[in-house]
Design a binder for this molecule. Structure first.
Ligand code: PLP
Length: 468
């Protein structure tokens, strides 16, 4: 065997074993020990190709999160489907650049077809779309097009003149609006303080009356131009969706852009029980969603869909003499990046592996498992739900008999989360809701089973019994 054959054979062995569920749900090693393993001067001389991956993998041993398993409930984290991971590995080797047709002709076609499939899957009448690194960037692109649209209403071309000639824009989102939407507004020069924070109801969904009041108030005052509503299909804390259809009515009546952050909740549409929660999603002007959450593709993939293809193209169009076109689409003109990885291939592979039916089954199963977990919480004398759990997220806490709400209960639950993570049989994260600090599990992994959610409920009870 030559060196490359040896390197690839080693890759195949390691890759195959990485496709098995991980032994632990969380990393064993702390950052200091990991740093010590890697902390060395920049190498002066190179090493043999067949030894590089081995060295990387061995040094990472004990330091990898178990996010490819079924027991990783933290944040909103999908596991890579085998076909998606394999396709991603292959795309690294063929190294195409979908920025320009000439740099990746097949890559461009695959991405365009895949975006069409995604729009169809979500029932969204997309004019165009763009694959991003995740929902944060998908929100940024959607809101950049919204900003362009808002500028045009005032006769300002924000691409050329920036936002200086545009009146201060009013943006409306619920109290549960995701950090990434604020980041996008900051990056776009609209500012986080442009957001009017709209109260939520007992289901953690945006209330529509105060939304209308805020728009009317801003319009009457005249110092802010009501421009954009950011609604959520699936809020990160509880998995609640805003009333999208009613919000779309408000936007239509008052002339606002509707952006939907559907990082994971856009896929509620695929489960019969949760689909009614996202009725109206198809009315959005822009819809952001993730790939690396519920589509279970490797990290670094999200997408945005836009209703108005012309407006989308206008917002990012731009070329240069050196960017010799070669026929076909030039995807760099649809978003902020030029060169980038061929991220659509792993989505194409995931959709090929599962098909529409498989995707529906995956989302339906995850929502059923969340319901099962909520059932275990309700049955337990020491656990209680902290918020309704109608979708794929469950927020609950350990509460010993007689312990009232307050700092003591919050501190106990914070310690429980840390303890369960340290034991590493399961991994989940926490959040803070109106009742206080709670344990939070988001279920989006294709690997999660009933045993896994039961293991989480048991682990929280066990840690609570020990720490109380
Ligand atoms: C509602 C929502 N929007 C945006 C994001 C950001 O996604 P990403 O980490 O892929 O950028 C998340 C992540 O959990 C989310 O839940």
């Amino acid at each position: 065997m030559n060196d490359l054959d040896t390197a690839v054979a080693d890759l195949a062995t390691r890759f195959r074993s990485a496709l098995e569920p991980p032994a632990r749900a969380a990393a064993e090693l702390d950052p200091a020990r990991l740093r010590a393993r890697f902390d060395e001067p920049m190498p002066e001389d190179g090493m043999a190709v067949e030894r590089v991956l081995g060295e990387l993998a061995e040094r990472c041993d004990g330091g990898l999160a178990g996010s490819t398993g079924g027991r990783f409930f933290g944040f909103v984290t999908g596991a890579a489907l085998p076909a998606a991971a394999i396709a991603e590995a292959w795309t690294a080797a063929v190294d195409q650049n979908p920025a320009l047709c000439t740099l990746g002709p097949a890559a461009v076609e695959v991405e365009e077809v895949t975006l069409g499939w995604l729009a169809e899957l979500l029932g969204y009448p997309s004019g165009s779309g763009y694959l991003t690194t995740g929902a944060t960037m998908a929100n940024l692109v959607g809101l950049a097009v919204a900003r362009h649209w808002a500028g045009r209403r005032h006769g300002v071309d924000v691409r050329e003149d920036g936002i200086w000639g545009v009146p201060r824009l009013g943006v409306y989102g619920s109290e549960e609006l995701h950090l990434s939407d604020f980041k996008a507004l900051r990056t776009l020069g609209l500012g986080a303080s442009s957001v009017r924070s709209i109260p939520i109801d007992e289901r953690y969904s945006m209330r529509v009356e105060p939304l209308v009041d805020a728009i009317r108030r801003d319009r009457a005052n005249g110092d802010v131009d009501p421009a954009i509503v950011i609604a959520q299909a699936g809020s990160v804390n509880t998995g609640a969706s805003d009333p999208l259809d009613e919000i779309a009515d408000v936007c239509a009546e008052h002339g606002l852009w509707l952006h939907i952050d559907g990082a994971f909740g856009a896929l509620f549409r695929l489960c019969e029980r949760t689909a009614p929660l996202v009725v109206g999603m198809e009315r959005a002007d822009s819809l952001a969603c993730d790939g690396h959450k519920w589509l279970n593709v490797p990290n670094g993939c999200g997408f945005v869909l836009l209703r108005d293809a012309e407006l989308h193209a206008e917002a990012f169009a731009g070329t240069a003499a050196y960017l010799t076109p070669g026929g076909g689409a030039n995807l760099h003109e649809l978003g902020p990046e030029a060169s980038r990885s061929w991220r659509g291939a792993c989505v194409w592979a995931a959709l090929k592996q599962l098909g529409r039916r498989g995707m529906e089954e995956l989302v339906t199963r995850c929502c059923a498992l969340a319901d099962e977990l909520a059932g275990l919480v309700r049955e337990s004398p020491r656990l209680e739900l902290c918020a309704p759990a109608p979708t794929n997220v469950v927020c609950f806490r350990y509460r010993p008999d007689g312990m009232g709400e307050g700092p003591e209960l919050d501190a106990l639950n914070e310690r429980i989360q840390v303890q369960v993570a340290a034991e590493s049989e399961v991994f989940h994260t926490g959040t803070r809701l109106a009742p206080g600090f709670c344990q939070r599990a988001a279920i989006v992994s294709w690997r999660t089973t009933s045993d896994d959610v039961a293991a989480l409920a048991r682990a929280v009870e066990r840690a609570g019994d020990t720490l109380r």
